[in-house]
Ligand binder design. Sequence first.
Ligand code: SF4
Length: 244
Amino acid sequence: MYKPWSISKIGRANQCPRRFYIQDILKKKGTPVGDARGRIGSAVHKALEKVVHGTPADEALKTASKKMPRDETEDVLGFRNAVESFKERFLRFNAERVWTELRFGIDENRQPIDFWSPKGLFRGITDLAARTDGQFIVIDHKTGRSSLEKCRDQLYGCALGAKAMWPDTRSIRAGVHILKEPSDILWDAPYTDFEVLWEHMLGLIAEAEINAERARQNPELAITGWWCTFFNHTKGCPKCQEKT
Ligand code: SF4
């Protein structure tokens, strides 16, 4: 009923019913709270997309931060060495093909489907995917502190997306790239048993469906948490009133 799911939508369903009701059932966007860290992270993400296709780090970061306030631009440019370090490391893979912001959709039969199709069961965007000699790589970039455990569901989703699109893929290396200097990629053990990943994903979706239904039945139930920092679901929410 609430599909297509994504890892972030599953997260929203499990966090605050009120936010899920507004954002995912009524389909109204929350008002993003001005967050410099988020803007800086997204500019560095854009720069990373360019450097893996050959753009020098300086140029990529300058372009990505062009319209930002001066202090934020300086912060973005401060990632130069970290971005350069990732680029050098990535080039060592000698990838035959590289995709950035790779969109994928999967239907209930684990078949690929258009990202936007309402018939999709699950969909996502992979920050960076690459095919090397006989192996597939998926990478999720993180500008703040993170861990493999926190990102594992996201990596499972990206791997399932790649497997659906390229069914002959036998093994996928998935990792979280923590943007620091020198670049650090936290690799998970290679994914070879895609049945296990799929079962895990179906379990997450089943739990999210239950919580989505709770949101539909209790649209005013607001559960505060760290997620309130990023969106302000105005009017009537105790947490929002605290902020204004
Ligand atoms: S501010 Fe927090 S508690 Fe209020 S609706 Fe948004 S996520 Fe829920």
